[in-house]
Write a protein that binds this ligand. Structure first.
Ligand code: GTQ
Length: 344
């Protein structure tokens, strides 16, 4: 590969003349923005242990009242991007949110898409576009772009959940903003439950809402489906389900992809080197994750991220029980942009 000219090779007065005209020579920076064969991601394989962050999150509950935080969140920031960027990867934001009994995080809506993976506690709920979604451990609740959402908590112990947003991307696109709203009127009946059974309302009963038809994916259903799939397909290597829009089969959200993965007892699963970055969050069990030179031992509620273009190996350390992992990645985005790659 040819060595390209450097900025210092150019006369100072020429460089200054360029700067005055808001012009920049490409060749000194060309290899930086387009490295050979493979990108050089800032995203670093990073782990966040729940045991370490939980006391700090509870302390935030004492230090900052909900009125002063609106969303009481500690962001899981990737040091490779710089902590202040609040990014887990190029497109993924992760935050652990705490809501204490009786607290209320007021209604708003925003352009970034969000999901919540419930980590701990009972009695909280998120109201999304008038649909009250109870929060239980392992449930996935969607807040697609533009939908009103607020969080409340009628229980007696702290509730914690993992927020996954495409905020870094939407912010980069200069398209990120929010609007504050009034407390939502809760619509009777909640979600149309039939959708989870492969049935949908026939045209006579068509719903008027245009947004995602399914907002809450209960963990009891996802877990049972994974166990059934594993039992039916003993030779299946990746016992993985994608969270999808049940009316269309498309990804549940537009930008990030969400999956539930089961590892059989002692199973080791190699995930191929694909272009999107990924996040792994353990719902149940203990999982060892190897990415690049890193090896993370994840216990329940621990989270890690892996850069794109890198293979990862997940191993269930238990010999008798399955492990369950919530996975978030940038696949829908990469596919839509036409830059998705699987390098095996
Ligand atoms: O719960 O609406 O972690 O708006 C970041 C931004 C959570 C939320 C976050 C948000 C929310």
């Amino acid at each position: 590969m040819t060595e390209l000219g450097r900025l210092e090779d150019l006369p100072l007065d020429y460089r200054e003349a360029l700067t005055r005209q808001n012009l920049v020579p490409l060749w000194p920076s060309l290899r930086g923005v387009m490295p050979a064969h493979k990108p050089r991601p800032n995203t670093r394989a990073t782990m966040w242990a729940y045991q370490a962050l939980r006391p700090l999150l509870l302390q935030a509950g004492e230090l900052t009242p909900i009125e002063k935080a609106e969303r009481r969140v500690l962001v899981l920031a990737n040091p490779g991007h710089g902590l202040e960027k609040m990014q887990a990867s190029a497109a993924i934001y992760l935050g652990m949110q705490l809501l204490l009994p009786g607290e209320w995080a007021p209604s708003h809506r925003h352009t970034p898409n969000a999901v919540r993976m419930i980590v701990e506690g009972e009695g909280a709920y998120t109201t999304v576009d008038g649909v009250r979604c109870p929060m239980a451990r392992g449930d996935l609740i969607l807040t697609p772009t533009g939908l009103w959402h607020e969080h409340g908590h009628d229980g007696s112990a702290p509730v914690v959940w993992l927020d996954v947003l495409d905020l870094p991307l939407v912010h980069y696109l200069e398209a990120s903003y929010h609007v504050d709203g009034e407390r939502q009127a809760v619509q009777a009946g909640g979600e149309p439950a039939v959708l989870t059974h492969g049935l949908r309302p026939a045209p006579l009963f068509e719903r008027e809402r245009s947004a995602s038809p399914m907002l809450r994916y209960p963990w009891v259903d996802a877990r049972a489906a994974l166990l059934a799939l594993a039992a039916q397909r003993p030779a299946l290597e990746a016992v993985q389900l994608a969270y999808v829009n049940p009316e269309t089969g498309a990804d549940a959200e537009n930008i990030l992809g969400f999956y539930a993965l089961m590892l059989r007892p002692r199973q080791q699963l190699r995930l191929p080197a694909r272009s999107p970055a990924s996040v792994f969050h353990v719902i149940e069990g203990g999982v060892e994750v190897s990415v690049e030179a890193q090896r993370f031992s994840l216990a329940e509620a621990d989270t890690c991220c892996a850069p794109g273009y890198t293979a990862a190996t997940l191993r269930n350390q238990d010999g008798s029980a399955p492990a369950f992992v919530f996975v978030a990645d940038e696949t829908p985005l990469h596919r839509k942009l036409g830059i998705f790659e699987d390098r095996g």
